[in-house]
Design a protein around this ligand. Structure first.
Ligand code: ZN
Length: 344
């Protein structure tokens, strides 16, 4: 499968509750924190999708004027916030690092990303594919395009800072982590890179997000073994540790297949959402992903479900409303199975 990544990143200024952001960041923040229609109810709907890789076939199709996210546009647009994993630097002039698979999407893809996604995580094994300079360029380009990001930064502190977005009157904190090699993509104390999921740091980050006033905290983790249908013990252990620290849900990805869901202390864990926009995989499990939908309030997840995505030959996901996939609700012990076209 597609292998190892590197990442670095910076956040959308205004929303990072960290070091004093420049003025430009405040402007971005004001835009991002615009009130939504659901503000009165103090509930928010947030959807998550898996790997969005916009180099290769998807990049070629976008260059020709098509939009690989179009079949999911209505579902993504119905949420107060849509979040995806951007599995490629978006840059020009990068030089590929020594690695089995390296990607680089042309900046022309950014209007498509901005149209459908309200935030992206950069904490994955591809953000550093073209070197740290290209990651910094990616972060600058995302910021310029009005696309908030998390899980990477100009330094370690920025990479680990939460992206806090307000939707429906809720302050939603997103944290991004990678633990799939190469670790050389990790940010340093004064060098750009991704956030690595060092357990103690993750726990501290979650608590810090709470201390900053977040109502809901959701870590998004790039982990697990590729093509394995079930999560490994490490994933289960870290997911529980994150919930013990205060996470309201855990969202995973990277294995290129879906990996099931479970409830721990009443909170959902989705171990892998699988691929979303990704070409080059043969027919089979790697061509199925999940879009996760969460309804949130101040106590965390009210209810959640998944919509099955079938990925075609060009890496384009299409909703499969007749397919059963995991769902659940607060106060329910286990994970149920739902179909989009039968109601929830
Ligand atoms: Zn990956």
């Amino acid at each position: 499968m597609r292998g190892r990544p590197r990442v670095f990143k910076a956040m959308p200024a205004a929303l990072r509750l960290q070091p004093a952001p420049p003025v430009a960041m405040f402007v971005a923040a004001a835009i991002l924190m615009a009130p939504t229609a659901s503000a009165v109810a103090q509930q928010a709907s947030v959807v998550f999708v898996g790997d969005v890789m916009l180099d290769e076939v998807a990049g070629e199709d976008i260059a020709r004027g098509s939009d690989p996210l179009l079949p999911f546009a209505a579902l993504l647009g119905a949420a107060d916030l849509a979040v995806g994993n951007l599995e490629c630097p978006v840059s020009t002039g990068g030089r590929a690092v020594d690695k089995v698979y390296t990607f680089q999407a042309n900046p022309r893809v950014l209007p498509i990303v901005a149209r459908h996604l309200g935030a992206v995580t950069l904490a994955n094994n591809h953000s550093g594919d073209q070197g740290p300079g290209a990651l910094v360029q990616t972060m600058d380009r995302l910021r310029a395009a009005g696309i908030p990001f998390f899980g990477a930064g100009r330094d370690l502190a920025q990479a680990h800072a939460p992206l806090i977005l307000e939707r429906g009157g809720l302050r939603i904190a997103l944290l991004g982590y990678d633990e799939f090699k190469p670790r050389s993509f990790e940010a340093g104390p004064s060098s750009p890179g991704i956030a690595w999921s060092e357990d103690e740091q993750v726990v501290a980050d979650i608590r810090a997000a709470r201390a900053l006033g977040a109502d809901v905290v959701i870590p998004v983790v790039h982990w697990g073994w590729e093509k394995e249908p079930d999560p490994c013990p490490r994933q289960r252990d870290l997911a529980r540790r994150m919930i013990d620290a205060g996470a309201d849900a855990v969202v995973g990805g990277h294995p290129h297949v879906t990996q099931g869901a479970e409830i721990y202390k009443g909170r959902p864990i989705l171990y892998s959402l699988g691929n979303f926009v990704f070409s080059g995989f043969p027919a089979g499990p790697c061509r199925t992903g999940w879009m996760l939908r969460l309804v949130l309030d101040r106590q965390g997840v009210v209810r959640w479900d998944t919509v099955v995505a079938r990925i075609d030959d060009r890496g384009v996901p299409h909703p499969d409303p007749g397919a059963a996939s995991p769902c659940g609700a607060r106060n329910e012990e286990g994970v149920k199975s739902c179909k989009e076209d039968q109601g929830r």
